[in-house]
Design a protein around this ligand. Structure first.
Ligand SMILES: *[C@@H]1O[C@H](CO)[C@@H](O)[C@H](O)[C@H]1NC(C)=O
Ligand SMILES: *[C@@H]1O[C@H](CO)[C@@H](O)[C@H](O)[C@H]1NC(C)=O
Ligand SMILES: *[C@@H]1O[C@H](CO)[C@@H](O)[C@H](O)[C@H]1NC(C)=O
Ligand SMILES: *[C@@H]1O[C@H](CO)[C@@H](O)[C@H](O)[C@H]1NC(C)=O
Ligand SMILES: *[C@@H]1O[C@H](CO)[C@@H](O)[C@H](O)[C@H]1NC(C)=O
Ligand SMILES: *[C@@H]1O[C@H](CO)[C@@H](O)[C@H](O)[C@H]1NC(C)=O
Ligand SMILES: *[C@@H]1O[C@H](CO)[C@@H](O)[C@H](O)[C@H]1NC(C)=O
Ligand SMILES: *[C@@H]1O[C@H](CO)[C@@H](O)[C@H](O)[C@H]1NC(C)=O
Ligand SMILES: *[C@@H]1O[C@H](CO)[C@@H](O)[C@H](O)[C@H]1NC(C)=O
Ligand SMILES: *[C@@H]1O[C@H](CO)[C@@H](O)[C@H](O)[C@H]1NC(C)=O
Length: 884
């Protein structure tokens, strides 16, 4: 029955207690702090961790003036302690940990018991404060069982135990109540009960019965309480006639909407989100004549959206998103628009299966501020009546199949802040008039399909010919409150005036301008304090890297023609970078070692630029870095050893550069590596004999270097290798027999895994070396091998007669070796084989008839081969012998 603090965690708590007699809270002038209480508070403070020094004001003589402390004006006693985190609202979106920094931790020191009016804060004795009227322990870091002694607080009107922790999992639950019987003690007082994030899974089937005894209850919040069943009927004694707010969201019920809900005729707000409700919307809703907020999102409800919802006279907020509602919305909207009291402010119908056109009656929703229809299958035009929706602040029609022209009446929506038209099939011309009155847009998103023709026209002169290319629209240029812009695939081929970036810099959080044909340079030395991500990829931007000061975590500039050096102080400019992608530009110079200082970096892609000099060797602090692609540059020097200390490094692509030296032995510690591509460099030395230690390695490409020596046996025990490319080196000796033990290629653990790996195309390429000996029979155990290239070596002997064991082979290249004897019949039995090259060997006899390849060049250079498709005919007798 004890609420336990968890002192080992950062806890964040709020204690907010009023006494029954109207508290007479002190103004700055009157009360004088009582010194024993001051001392108690100081002792209390001492046992707290307060990293952000929130309690710094807790030092002067008058404790009544301390932050969060309230005294009674007459008695001067401390009657209120409010230590809520000032950054409470940041919490769910808090990228920089401001909320956590402001958290208080530590223990509640028993010194608080010296505060006469708070002496019962010792929670095990909470039950003694019978005068308590309001108890708010929400967002405290309590764990354990809610004490039944709370039931002794017979005057309690408001009980808030909301217990979200946010600590490791957004929905984690630490607090539970296995019995709600104690609620009966509060039955004649309690009007507000919030037990969100308190597990009621142990409270049995009677939880609802216990609650229905609270005859004064107006608000009930049971969000995420692990309730497993929602009773379909109420006990006859139930008394919830006063209930105005009911929240049962995020509990799992699997049932239709229970009918007793329709008897709660005082309901103003009903939240039944994520409760796996099934079935359709019942006509019973018409009994809820006072309902203002109805949230039924994230369920399994289906059927048409019925007119009954449109008839509800007080409805302000309706959210039916993420269900399986189907059909058209005409009936519902028509009801809504003829409903005299129509007061709807917000309509959310996202991610359902709605279809058909949007009716003209939409324009009757004069009060509507938010209309979200994303992720359905609506078609046709936006009705031109949209211009009458004078209150509209947000319009989201993205991810539908709307087509045709965007109506000019959209431009009348003066209040519009957020317009999202992404992912539809718009056509026609976007004129200035479309956006005539849009002066305060905060968010604008528009994408078009690459082959649709939506043309931007900036011109004022209506009669001027259309420009032959879409321009960066002037109406967008003059918006100065933008904080999110997405323009994708619009075909805009224009310069963006530098002034526009300066104008939006202060507010913009997201800037997505990828896949257009923007050109010109970017302004330098701007500050983007709020930017989280920017993507300018796949355009024709040029000029230097944007020296922007930003806390953004993602920088995508790939597929442009930026040039020049990367700023050596990139770590100061963009300290929070996680993903940098500069693929395919013209950046040059050395890769700055300051990149190592970006310790949160996860992905670094510098591929296909003109970087030169050596690769930085300072990676010991980059604990998150898991993907490096610096291929196709002109990087010289050795492979930096410090790359091997990256604990998460999974993909290392340094191919097509000018690297020298050998592969450092330290890499044997990189057990998270999955892809290594070092091909096309000047690497030398023996192949590493520790590859089997890289237990996750799936791809090893070392081709076109100068590695020598033999293929080490160790390679056979590499447990995950699917792609092995050692081609174009100076490798000698035979193919190791143990190669048949490459387990990843022999046996896919399950069918699922096989499909997952399909694009991996298991392959072995040893082409262009000095390999000799014969093909070991063991290699035929590599059942899933798709590509085998042994060309341009000195391998002799015959092609194994049972080669068809490689039943998934698609490419077999044995050209330019010393293979002799006849081509085995079984080769023609590999039905997956699409490419074959046996040219320039010493093969003889007739080409098996079941080999269907028509191109003779795959057999040439074998003097003694005969039969189709070669022109050389086989002597009849010999052919018979072979066919035996
Ligand atoms: C609250 O967050 C702001 C930044 O948003 C920070 O400057 C301030 O220190 C934080 N307050 C506390 C008490 O941590
Ligand atoms: C309890 O405190 C939290 C956090 O400050 C607040 O959001 C909530 O509204 C309070 N509950 C009640 C019933 O006043
Ligand atoms: C408070 O309630 C508990 C459990 O319901 C009970 O055992 C206890 O005697 C009560 N205490 C007081 C002071 O009423
Ligand atoms: C656009 O391209 C897609 C796929 O390339 C095609 O399916 C579609 O029919 C095309 N649409 C038009 C209008 O050409
Ligand atoms: C890219 O920029 C470089 C250097 O400024 C220039 O030489 C080159 O012509 C540009 N390439 C294209 C395709 O514009
Ligand atoms: C990385 O190595 C440098 C130089 O050896 C050293 O000063 C630094 O403390 C190391 N950083 C980490 C995070 O280990
Ligand atoms: C590559 O870098 C070297 C110097 O490291 C330089 O001499 C050479 O010209 C560069 N090659 C190209 C194609 O830029
Ligand atoms: C591998 O890591 C261990 C522990 O970090 C270290 O002692 C050892 O020297 C490393 N081996 C190589 C070859 O770098
Ligand atoms: C094998 O390697 C050679 C040389 O690098 C390359 O040309 C060829 O495309 C590769 N073959 C396969 C099937 O990957
Ligand atoms: C290959 O596997 C077989 C059977 O599992 C085993 O006997 C043999 O020793 C292995 N060969 C090598 C070189 O690991």
């Amino acid at each position: 029955m004890v609420l336990k603090f968890r002192p080992s965690f950062f806890f964040l708590f709020l204690v907010f207690i009023f006494l029954l007699q109207q508290p007479d809270l002190g103004s700055a002038s009157s009360p004088k702090c009582i010194s024993t209480e001051r001392q108690a508070l100081l002792t209390f403070k001492l046992s707290l961790n307060d990293p952000s020094d929130r309690l710094s004001s807790w030092s002067g003589p008058d404790c009544c003036k301390w932050h969060g402390v309230g005294c009674d004006r007459r008695t001067s006693h401390v009657i209120k302690i409010d230590l809520r985190n000032p950054n409470q609202t940041l919490r769910p979106y808090d990228h920089y940990g401001e909320f956590e920094k402001g958290g208080l931790g530590g223990k509640i020191n028993p010194s608080l018991t010296r505060l006469k009016f708070l002496s019962y804060l010792d929670l095990s004795f909470l039950g003694h404060i019978v005068s308590l009227r309001y108890l708010n322990l929400s967002l405290s870091m309590f764990s354990g069982e809610v004490p039944a002694s709370l039931g002794n607080l017979s005057k309690l009107e408001s009980l808030d135990l909301y217990a979200q922790t946010f600590l490791y999992d957004l929905f984690a639950i630490n607090l539970r109540a296995s019995n709600l019987g104690w609620l009966s003690g509060l039955s004649s007082s309690l009007t507000y009960l919030n037990m969100g994030f308190v597990s009621l899974s142990g409270a049995g089937e009677t939880w609802l019965q216990d609650i229905t005894r609270l005859s004064k209850l107006k608000e009930l919040h049971l969000f995420n309480c692990e309730l497993r069943s929602l009773p379909l009927s109420l006990p006859s004694s139930a008394n919830l006639k006063l209930l105005e707010v009911l929240d049962l969201s995020r509990n799992y019920h699997y049932s239709p909407i229970p009918h007793w809900i329709f008897d709660l005729t005082s309901l103003r707000k009903l939240f039944l989100k994520s409760v796996r409700l099934q079935g359709s919307i019942s006509p019973g809703f018409k009994k809820l004549q006072l309902i203002e907020t109805l949230v039924l999102s994230s369920n399994e409800l289906s059927g048409e959206i019925p007119a009954v919802l449109g008839d509800l006279p007080q409805l302000k907020y309706l959210d039916l998103s993420e269900n399986s509602f189907q059909g058209q919305i005409h009936r519902f909207l028509d009801a809504l628009s003829t409903n005299k009291g129509n007061s709807l402010l917000s309509l959310r119908l996202n991610f359902d299966r709605l279809e058909g056109t949007l009716p003209e009656s939409l324009g009757e929703l004069r009060n509507l501020e938010i209309l979200e229809l994303t992720g359905n299958s609506f078609t046709g035009l936006i009705p031109s009546s949209v211009g009458n929706m004078a209150s509209l602040k947000k319009l989201d029609i993205s991810y539908n199949s709307m087509n045709g022209k965007i109506p000019e009446s959209l431009g009348k929506l003066e209040e519009l802040l957020d317009l999202n038209l992404m992912a539809n099939k718009w056509e026609g011309v976007l004129r200035k008039s479309h956006f005539l009155s849009l002066r305060s847009l905060k968010s604008f998103s528009l994408t078009t399909e690459p082959n649709r023709s939506l043309v931007f026209r900036t011109g004022v002169d209506k009669h001027r010919e259309l420009p032959d290319r879409p321009l960066f629209p002037m109406w967008l240029q003059v918006q100065n409150k933008l904080n999110s812009v997405t323009l994708r695939n619009t075909g805009i081929a224009d310069k963006i005036p530098h002034i526009w970036f300066s104008r939006i810099a202060a507010d913009v959080t997201q800037l997505y301008l990828e896949n257009n044909r923007f050109k010109g340079t970017l302004p330098q030395n701007l500050v983007f304090p709020n930017l989280l991500a920017f993507d300018l990829s796949s355009n024709n931007f040029e000029g230097p890297f944007p020296r922007w000061k930003t806390n953004a975590a993602e920088l995508f500039l790939y597929q442009n023609n930026f040039s020049g050096f990367l700023p050596p102080d990139i770590d100061v400019l963009m300290p929070r970078m996680k993903k940098i992608n500069l693929f395919r530009n013209s950046f040059s110079g050395e890769i700055p070692s300051s990149l190592c200082q970006l310790t949160g970096m996860e992905i670094l892609n510098l591929r296909n630029n003109r970087f030169s000099g050596s690769f930085p060797n300072c990676w010991n602090g980059s604990s998150e870095l898991n993907e490096i692609d610096a291929s196709e540059n002109n990087i010289s020097g050795e492979i930096p050893e410090s790359l091997s200390v990256l604990p998460r490094l999974s993909v290392l692509l340094l191919n097509q550069n000018a690297l020298e030296g050998s592969i450092p032995d330290t890499f044997q510690n990189c057990s998270s590596l999955t892809h290594i591509h070092l091909g096309g460099n000047k690497l030398t030395g023996k192949l590493p004999s520790w590859l089997s230690k890289l237990s996750s390695l799936s791809m090893l490409s070392l081709q076109s270097n100068s590695f020598d020596g033999q293929i080490p046996d160790d390679i056979c025990s590499a447990p995950s290798v699917h792609i092995l490319d050692l081609s174009e080196n100076k490798i000698s000796g035979p193919i190791p027999k143990c190669m048949g033990n490459l387990t990843a290629i022999v046996q896919h653990k399950s069918i699922d895994e096989y499909y997952e790996y399909q694009e991996i195309r298991d392959s072995i390429n040893l082409s262009g070396n000095k390999i000799d000996g014969k093909i070991p029979a063991e290699i035929l155990d590599l059942t899933y091998l798709r590509i085998l290239n042994l060309s341009r070596n000195s391998i002799a002997g015959s092609i194994p007669g049972n080669i068809s064991k490689l039943g998934h082979l698609e490419t077999l290249d044995l050209s330019s070796n010393k293979f002799s004897s006849a081509i085995p019949q079984s080769l023609g039995g590999i039905s997956s084989l699409k490419k074959l090259d046996l040219s320039y060997n010493k093969l003889e006899g007739s080409i098996p008839k079941n080999l269907k390849f028509k191109d003779p060049s795959i057999y040439i250079g074998n003097e003694l081969l005969c039969g189709k498709p070669l022109t050389k005919r086989c002597p009849r007798k010999k052919q018979n012998v072979v066919l035996n």
